[in-house]
Ligand binder design. Structure first.
Ligand code: ADP
Ligand code: MG
Length: 146
């Protein structure tokens, strides 16, 4: 199933993240793809809020992954932008996150494509400058067995 949503400002993208998190089930993985500055972290911040996390969420660029445990489900926020080798994912124990009881959200997920399970919910954010500086197109694609 593929859904396309347009947002006109950062708040709307944040709200979309929050809404999706409210429906997230344990064990789900969400991949986030899109250029630098497109709104992946804004989406992640809304997502965290939707899980009931109140502490600040920033891009875990230098640590690859940050765990937040105060919400409805454990939240594993990845930003793999600076990953040099896929082995770094093993070093941080990604499997415990991917196949655990929490929810994973992965910024720059295309860089670890081979590790993503088939049922990953794929979110792509893109800009369209012709439609305005703050306009974003957000595509959400979930795996369907039919
Ligand atoms: P990324 O994590 O993809 O690099 P960020 O979420 O850190 O991007 O930054 C996105 C920037 O774009 C923020 O400064 C935000 O205010 C701005 N922005 C403008 N319009 C939007 C929108 N519709 N959705 C998300 N962010 C937006
Ligand atoms: Mg980011």
């Amino acid at each position: 199933m593929k859904q396309t949503i347009h947002t006109n400002n950062a708040q709307e993208t944040w709200e979309l993240g929050r809404t999706i998190a409210q429906e997230a089930e344990a064990g789900r993985i969400y991949s986030l793809t899109g250029d630098l500055g497109v709104g992946k972290t804004i989406f992640a911040q809304g997502f965290a809020a939707g899980l009931g996390i109140t502490e600040p969420v920033n891009s875990p660029t230098f640590t690859i992954m940050q765990i937040y445990e105060e919400g409805r489900l454990p939240f594993y926020h990845f930003d793999v932008y600076r990953i040099g080798d896929i082995k770094e994912m093993e070093e941080i124990g990604y499997e415990d996150c991917f196949y655990g009881e929490g929810v994973c959200l992965i910024e720059w997920a295309e860089l670890i494509e081979e590790l993503l399970p088939e049922d990953t919910i794929r979110i792509t954010i893109s800009k369209d400058m012709a439609a305005g500086f703050d306009f974003r197109t957000i595509e959400i694609e979930s795996f369907s067995r039919n």
